[in-house]
Ligand binder design. Structure first.
Ligand code: ADP
Ligand code: ZN
Length: 753
């Protein structure tokens, strides 16, 4: 396709004989590539340069899309097959050029790259970059405020009261924003407006993103800290692509140090992006950032309201947001001038997106940095084996901090052998642990109990007939949530009230909870320690970042004696008065035969342990385990993480398991078991053969039924030097899924469910 000269005023062009000038427009929809559109007379070609955001007709609809580049930068074997050309006569014109900053070239290249690597349609990757709602320009928004005086005859309901509370606390907000914050439908807001209890009001001006000042409040760094900060500052100042692993024990000052890299990036006038695995963490993080730089960073995550989302997207595109901290989706923001990426807690599996386009944000951050020609810093106390292998191969730089800041010591880690020190019947905390909690809180210090399981009990069983309460849509047990009086499926969200009798044998009062969730541990702790002030931290008890920030603030103000939580408490929190961490079930993550189960358990528990003793008072960590001699427990007790990872590496190397080889999973899902089996079998028959590659399966997925869909898995394992994408493309082209079946591709899978 020749696009060298699209200028309609080109004097060499003979009227009537030439082809109409065209542009390629990528739409945020699951098509294999961009479509051609004609340049309308109303627009100059120069308006429709690659990156321009336009609206175009598609069938009877109008869609927002992006003028795409003509030449792929991908190696041919990675590039998607070309789209068929459209004849001139059938070409439709671009409808309008939208008043938005263009999508920068770096982001366009990144979209192409991610699509090719993950075998996704580029449009679906673009959808993440465009966040269509974020980009559609809107007229000035009208907000709603509380009418004063209120109408005399207003009918009050709990939801209406909630709405009025939200509006009086936060001033004029859009109806959608009010509904979101109050957790009600927009209808409730409209109803109040109709009743005269809310009146229209102009919205306050959007919050400007203040410029962080790199010299506002720099820390005093010494020794290892100063050396590491110096190296990172240099990389950020010079610019250019590089990858650095910043490894340091919990509390060694990693955050403090990478903030110096951000300072250097800001001093050069470029933008910085910080990825956190869990957006709940952002409250403490932004507070820290503000103390260091005298201004808040921009935030980006899925909980942002539509208005703030729009403002932030634009500010990033205009370069008005110098620093963005966010979840993995922030990688797809339109930075025109990205100068640094930080991936904090790089080992976290939360960086892997499992729905829609499956991608690993840590790996894609490296790609984004390469496209931008910028340094990326991967930060962790317990780096992933993937990253360590890259360090070992000399591809990544390595900075190490071996001591905690300010003389704080590493916590002492011990296992409690649950066979020798069992809890009382029906309870889950060993006397060794409860005594330690009593002692720590008696000294006025804080304690934490960690159990990576939400709800009251993971299984409900009938004592009479042995019936297990199972999800009707998934191969999974229903988890009791006692406070809400429901049984729910953690995979599909199905829920039902806890039945009074066994649905199988009708025996009454026979259903029994088996095993603990965090709710049950809380019940036990309340009974054992009636005087302690307890804070539960689990994703379902803390509905959003604000509630989490609140809980964290209460803990920091010492209004809490005992924190009980799921993996959310493991994250990078800094609780200076916390000295004891008890892990209720240290063996929990080890079952299941997942490739990374041991690595992940060490990382998670080490991180939980790292919450203890971060200030003067030394910390203590107690791991309740039935397998205290397991290598994972021994590694946690000895603290010799390096030796453990060396062993892990030696186990994976011979079989070419990652990071010494590549994996790609094919997941077949279908309406019926037959369609799933037939499609999976067809894939099996068409499987590639060759040197350095092996196909495992098809086999039923551990979650053999999920949301009513029947699932089968195949796993392609190759040597590192095999390019799996072309192989997969060819393989998939040979198989037509049965009716009602689909095949999803997961490159570098993290979950094997
Ligand atoms: P990490 O990210 O490695 O867990 P942090 O950066 O959170 O460590 O540091 C742990 C604590 O020590 C924080 O409260 C931090 O503010 C403090 N700290 C670390 N280094 C310094 C320093 N050089 N000067 C002052 N405080 C520091
Ligand atoms: Zn389910």
């Amino acid at each position: 396709m020749a696009h060298a000269s699209l200028d309609k005023r080109d004097p060499t062009r003979k009227p009537g004989k030439t082809t109409r000038p065209r542009v390629r427009v990528l739409l945020p929809l699951p098509f294999p590539g961009p479509f051609d559109y004609a340049v309308p007379d109303s627009l100059a070609d120069a308006d429709l340069r690659p990156g321009a955001i336009v609206s175009v007709p598609l069938g009877r609809r109008t869609e927002t899309g992006v003028v795409w580049d003509n030449d792929s930068v991908l190696p041919p074997e990675f590039a998607p097959p070309p789209m068929p050309a459209v004849a001139d006569g059938r070409l439709k014109p671009v409808a309008a050029l939208l008043d938005l900053p263009p999508l920068p070239a770096g982001l366009r290249r990144f979209v192409d790259w991610v699509a090719a690597y993950t075998l996704s349609s580029p449009g679906m990757v673009l959808a993440m970059a465009l966040r269509t709602t974020a980009t559609i320009p809107t007229a000035p928004v009208l907000g709603w405020t509380v009418a004063d005086p209120p109408p005399p005859d207003l009918r009050e309901t709990p939801t209406r009261r909630k709405v009025l509370e939200v509006v009086s606390a936060h001033g004029p907000l859009t109806a959608a924003e009010i509904a979101r914050r109050a957790g009600v439908g927009v209808g409730v807001v409209r109803g109040l407006a109709d009743a005269g209890a809310l009146r229209p009001a102009p919205m306050a001006a959007p919050p400007a993103f203040a410029r962080p000042d790199p010299d506002h409040n720099p820390p005093v760094l010494t020794g290892q800290q100063a050396d590491a900060a110096h190296s990172l500052r240099e990389l950020a100042t010079q610019g250019g692509f590089s990858v650095t692993l910043l490894e340091g024990v919990t509390g060694s000052g990693k955050t403090e140090i990478y903030m110096e890299a951000i300072a250097a990036c800001l001093a050069r006038g470029r933008q910085a992006l910080v990825l956190l695995p869990e957006i709940a963490l952002s409250s403490q993080w932004t507070g820290r950032f503000a103390r260091r730089f005298g201004a808040e960073p921009a935030l980006w995550h899925s909980d942002l309201g539509p208005r703030l989302r729009r403002i932030t997207w634009r500010a990033v595109a205009d370069g008005a947001a110098p620093v963005v901290v966010g979840a993995r989706s922030a990688l797809f923001l339109p930075f025109p001038d990205l100068g640094l990426i930080i991936v904090d807690e790089e080992h976290e599996t939360a960086f892997k997106q499992e729905d829609g386009v499956t991608y690993h944000a840590r790996d894609m951050a490296v790609v984004r940095a390469r496209v931008a020609g910028a340094p990326v810093v991967l930060v962790s106390a317990t780096p992933s084996l993937e990253t360590l292998a890259n360090v070992g191969a000399g591809r990544y730089r390595h900075l190490v901090l071996t001591a905690r800041h300010g003389g704080a010591t590493m916590p002492e880690v011990r296992t409690i052998d649950m066979r020798a020190h069992p809890p009382e019947r029906g309870l889950f905390l060993s006397p060794v642990l409860t005594e330690a909690i009593t002692a720590a809180t008696g000294r006025g210090e804080q304690a934490m109990l960690f159990l990576n399981r939400r709800g009251y009990a993971p299984l409900t069983l009938c004592r009479t007939c042995g019936h297990r309460m199972q999800c009707p849509n998934c191969t999974a047990w229903l988890v009791e949530h006692r406070a809400r009086q429901i049984l729910t499926c953690h995979h599909c969200g199905y829920q039902e009230p806890v039945p009074p009798a066994c649905p199988q044998c009708n025996a009454e009062a026979s259903l029994t909870p088996i095993g603990p969730g965090v709710e049950r541990i809380t019940e036990e702790a309340r009974a054992t320690f009636p005087d302690l002030r307890i804070q539960v931290m689990a994703s379902d008890t803390l509905p959003g970042p604000a509630a989490t920030a609140d809980a964290v603030a209460r803990i920091a103000r010492r209004e809490i004696d005992l924190v009980i939580g799921t993996q959310i408490v493991a994250k990078g929190w800094h609780f200076p008065h916390l000295t004891l961490v008890g892990v209720v079930d240290a063996d929990l993550g080890l079952g299941g035969g997942d490739l990374r189960a041991a690595e992940r358990t060490v990382q998670l528990l080490h991180q939980v342990a790292g919450r203890a003793g971060r200030a003067e008072a030394p910390g203590q960590v107690l791991l309740q385990s039935y397998t205290p001699d397991h290598p994972v427990m021994l590694a946690l007790v000895s603290g010799d993480f390096e030796a453990f990872m060396r062993q892990e590496a030696e186990q994976r190397r011979p079989g070419f398991w990652p990071p010494f080889g590549r994996l790609a999973a094919l997941i077949v899902s279908a309406d019926t078991p037959d369609a799933a089996d037939a499609t999976a079998r067809a894939l099996g028959h068409a499987a590639p053969h060759g040197e350095g590659l092996q196909v495992l399966g098809p086999a039923p997925a551990p979650l053999a039924v999920l949301r009513g869909r029947h699932r089968r898995r195949l796993l392609l394992r190759t040597r590192r030097d095999v390019a799996v994408q072309p192989l997969l493309r060819h393989w998939l082209s040979l198989v037509k899924p049965e009716r009602g079946a689909r095949i999803d591709v997961d490159i570098d899978p993290v979950s094997f469910l």
